[in-house]
Design a binder for this molecule. Structure first.
Ligand code: IPE
Ligand code: IPE
Ligand code: MG
Ligand code: MG
Ligand code: MG
Length: 306
C-alpha cells in the first residue's frame, strides 16, 4: 500500500526545511559575512525572509519523488542539497517576479513581498544571491562524482536561464495586453514555469542514476505536469481568494496578462489541465509503484487550491 501523500509531503518537508534553514545561517559558507556585521545580518535576513517563508515546496518534492521512481528510495545523501538548489532558484524567481518592474505584487506567501518588506535594491540582490547560491550548492555536493555534479549544473543552468525560465518571464511581460495564439501561450508557460519543474524531475532522476530511456519518460511526465502547474495557477488567480492563495487574487486580470482562461475561458482551461494530468500519468506507464510519489504529485498539482 502506498503512503498517503500528506505523510509523504510531511516527511520531505522536514528534510527540505531543515536544509534550507541551514543554508544562510551564520555557520554556513553561503552566509554573507562582511566586516560590517550589521550589513551582513541585513542581507542574510532579506534572503532568509523569502527562502524560509513557507511555500508548497513542490520542486523539492519532485526531486525526491523522481529519485525514488528510479531507485525505490529518496534516501540519497546529496538529494537535500539538490532539492535546496532548485528551491533557491524558484525563490529568487518569485522575488524578481514580484518587483514593480515585473508583476508589481505586494503579497507573497501571505506576507509582504521582499521589496515591500525591505526595498527594491535589496530584493534584487537577495534574488541574485539565491540564484548564484544554487550553483554553489551543486558544485559542493558532498558525495556525487564530478561528472554528476556537472550534469546537474548543466540541467539547472539551461532551464533557469535564457533558454528556460528567464525567456518565459520575458515573453510573459511582453505578452501583457496583447492577443497571442494558444501555441505562443503554451510555449510561454512551458518556459516560465515548466522549465523549472522539468529541471526538478531531471535533477532527482540524474542524481539517482537514471538511464536515458528513464530520463525521457520522466521528462514527458514533467513537461505535462509543468505546463499543468501554470494552467492551474492561472485558474486559481480567478477562482481562489487572496487569503487562500497568500498572494493577490485577480493579479493577472489587473495586469492584463495573457493566460489560458483569458484566451479560451475557464471551462476549456480546466479541460486542458485534466488532459495534461492524464498525459503525465500515461508517461509513467513503464514505472511501477516506485513512481507513486510522482503520481500523487501530479494529482496534487491539479487538485490544489493554493
Ligand atoms: C508560484 O509557484 C509561481 C509559479 C511558477 C506559478 P508556487 O505555486 O510553487 O509557489 P510557492 O513556492 O508554493 O509559494
Ligand atoms: C511566475 O508566474 C513564474 C515565475 C516566477 C518564474 P506568475 O507571475 O503567474 O506567478 P505568481 O502568480 O505571481 O505566483
Ligand atoms: Mg509573473
Ligand atoms: Mg507573478
Ligand atoms: Mg500567477
Amino acid at each position: 500500500m502506498s503512503t498517503p501523500f500528506s505523510d509523504y509531503q510531511a516527511q520531505c518537508s522536514i528534510r527540505i526545511e531543515t536544509k534550507l534553514g541551514s543554508l544562510f545561517d551564520n555557520r554556513s559558507s553561503l552566509y554573507c559575512s562582511l566586516k560590517n556585521t550589521e550589513l551582513s545580518a541585513a542581507l542574510n535576513e532579506a534572503i532568509n525572509y523569502s527562502l524560509l517563508s513557507g511555500g508548497k515546496r513542490v520542486r523539492p518534492l519532485l526531486v525526491y519523488a523522481a529519485a525514488e521512481a528510479i531507485t525505490g528510495t529518496n534516501l540519497i545523501t546529496d538529494l537535500d542539497g539538490i532539492a535546496a538548489a532548485i528551491e533557491c532558484i524558484h525563490c529568487y524567481s518569485l522575488i524578481h517576479d514580484d518587483l514593480p518592474a515585473m508583476d508589481d505584487d505586494d503579497l507573497r506567501r501571505g506576507q509582504p513581498t521582499n521589496h515591500i518588506k525591505f526595498d527594491e535594491a535589496t530584493a534584487i540582490l537577495a534574488g541574485d544571491a539565491l540564484n548564484t547560491a544554487a550553483f554553489e550548492i551543486l558544485a559542493n555536493l558532498a558525495t556525487s562524482t564530478a561528472h554528476t555534479k556537472i550534469e546537474l549544473i548543466k540541467i539547472l543552468s539551461a532551464t533557469a536561464g535564457v533558454r528556460g525560465m528567464v525567456a518565459g518571464q520575458y515573453i510573459d511581460l511582453q505578452a501583457a495586453g496583447q492577443s497571442i495564439t494558444t501555441e505562443h501561450l503554451r510555449n510561454m508557460h512551458q518556459l516560465k514555469t515548466g522549465a523549472l519543474i522539468r529541471a526538478a524531475v531531471a535533477l532527482g532522476a540524474t542524481a539517482a542514476g537514471a538511464s536515458d530511456a528513464q530520463l525521457k519518460a520522466l521528462d514527458d511526465y514533467a513537461n505535462a505536469i509543468g505546463l499543468a502547474f501554470q494552467v492551474v495557477d492561472d485558474i486559481l488567480d480567478i477562482e481562489s481568494s487572496t487569503e487562500q492563495l497568500g498572494k493577490q487574487q485577480g493579479a493577472d486580470i489587473g495586469q492584463k496578462k495573457s493566460t489560458f482562461p483569458s484566451l479560451m475561458g475557464l471551462e476549456k482551461t480546466k479541460a486542458e489541465a485534466a488532459y495534461l494530468h492524464k498525459q503525465a500519468i500515461a508517461a509513467l506507464a513503464s514505472f511501477g509503484a516506485n513512481a507513486n510519489g510522482l503520481r500523487q504529485l501530479a494529482d496534487y498539482i491539479i487538485q490544489r487550491n493554493f
